[in-house]
Ligand binder design. Structure first.
Ligand code: PMP
Length: 353
């Protein structure tokens, strides 16, 4: 830190992204990306738009917001877009956390706490159960900006839409956010609830289930009043936050469910296979609905598992934290990768590696 860094910036605790490929080609099961590329119509849309980069992107992202709105059966003025859903989450914290601050699970996506530190707002942690499931009743009547990931990260565990509705109803004076980064892998969404709950915002991303992590595109769906508040903050930050190529990619991706759905099914099948095989090898594994599993094997320290997998060319995420330390989060991709992973773990756990 230089002597020039402000006190406020000193208090910010940066997020640590997963390790990227450097020099060697790893099987990357550490950042919850898709192993599948986006469909050709998406890359074609990006190429076409790239010829017109002399003009600014549409600051209101009208076509993209209409496409998102049509996809979900809501009005375009219910939608706001972000440079990845991390930015959308940051707009939400900037808009609604205020002095009361944020309440979130103690085991959840660590970026919520990072964003709280960025904006200097209080952050309260609500303990999940010993089996890592979320006790939604503990989120009733908190009177703070409630942030829930559903399915949760890094556990992959979901709560029902009924439970989400109750959280929204019991916090009438504050905003409730449901971060659905992994919802397409779970097969249900709380978006329809936003028509009933004027304090509910659902945040989604193209990074995971639309195979566009590098394009950086996220969005929120809410009642028009909350969306207008978010637009106000977005226009104060960067009206051109989503570049023209990414807007075009998002529009194309939304009409490609015929491409995506079979691949979501493959991911769900290889998730089922991975859970079963890990349990057979003596791992504790949560019943994840997402494109990753959260696991630990008591007999083998996770740091050793992590290091041996890395040596064998597979990157996984070794989690820090009081309750998650000692757990691995492993991305689920294509079936072939899952089989390679299990084959190597079998050797490690059997003492052969
Ligand atoms: N929410 C959750 C729960 C996540 O795991 C992630 C990815 N790390 C994000 C949001 C942010 O994803 P992106 O900014 O790529 O949309």
């Amino acid at each position: 830190m230089s002597e020039f860094l402000s006190g406020r910036a000193r208090a910010i605790k940066p997020y640590t992204p997963g390790e990227q490929n450097r020099g060697r080609s790893f099987i990357r099961l550490n950042t919850n990306e898709s192993p599948f590329p986006p469909p050709n119509s998406v890359t074609d849309a990006i190429a076409e738009t790239s010829a017109r980069l002399n003009v600014y992107s549409d600051p209101e992202a009208r076509e993209l917001r209409r496409a998102i709105a049509d996809y979900h059966g809501v009005a375009p003025d219910c939608v706001t877009v972000g440079n990845g859903s991390d930015e959308t989450l940051a707009f939400i914290v900037a808009s609604f956390a205020g002095e009361r601050g944020i309440a979130a699970a103690d085991v959840t996506y660590s970026f919520y706490k990072t964003t709280a530190s960025f904006f200097g707002v209080p952050y309260e942690e609500v303990r999940v159960r010993d089996d890592f499931s979320l006790d939604a009743e503990k989120f009733h009547a908190l009177d703070k900006l409630v942030m829930l990931a559903n399915p949760n990260a890094p556990t992959g565990l979901s709560v029902s839409n009924e439970a989400i509705s109750r959280v929204a109803e019991t916090n009438p004076d504050s905003v409730v956010v449901v971060d659905e980064a992994y919802a397409d892998f779970a097969g249900f969404t709380a978006v329809p609830l936003t028509a009933r709950h004027g304090n509910l915002i659902v945040v989604r991303t193209f990074s995971k289930s639309r195979f566009l992590a590098g394009a950086r595109l996220g969005y929120s769906v809410s009642c028009p009043e909350l969306a207008a508040d978010l637009e106000r903050v977005r226009f104060a930050w960067n009206p051109y936050n989503v570049n023209a190529m990414t807007q075009a990619a998002g529009i194309a991706a939304l009409s490609e469910d015929a491409y995506y759905r079979p691949r979501w099914r493959e991911i769900a099948n290889s998730r089922g296979y991975t859970k079963r095989e890990l349990r057979r090898l003596g791992f504790f594994v949560t019943d994840s609905d997402a494109n990753f599993v959260f696991c630990r094997r008591d007999e083998t320290p996770s740091a050793a598992l992590y290091a041996k997998l890395r040596e064998a060319g597979i990157l996984v995420r070794l989690l820090p934290g009081e309750r998650t330390g000692g757990f691995l989060r492993i991305t689920i991709g294509a079936q072939g990768e899952a089989e390679t992973l299990i084959g190597i773990l079998e050797k490690i756990c059997g003492g052969g590696l």
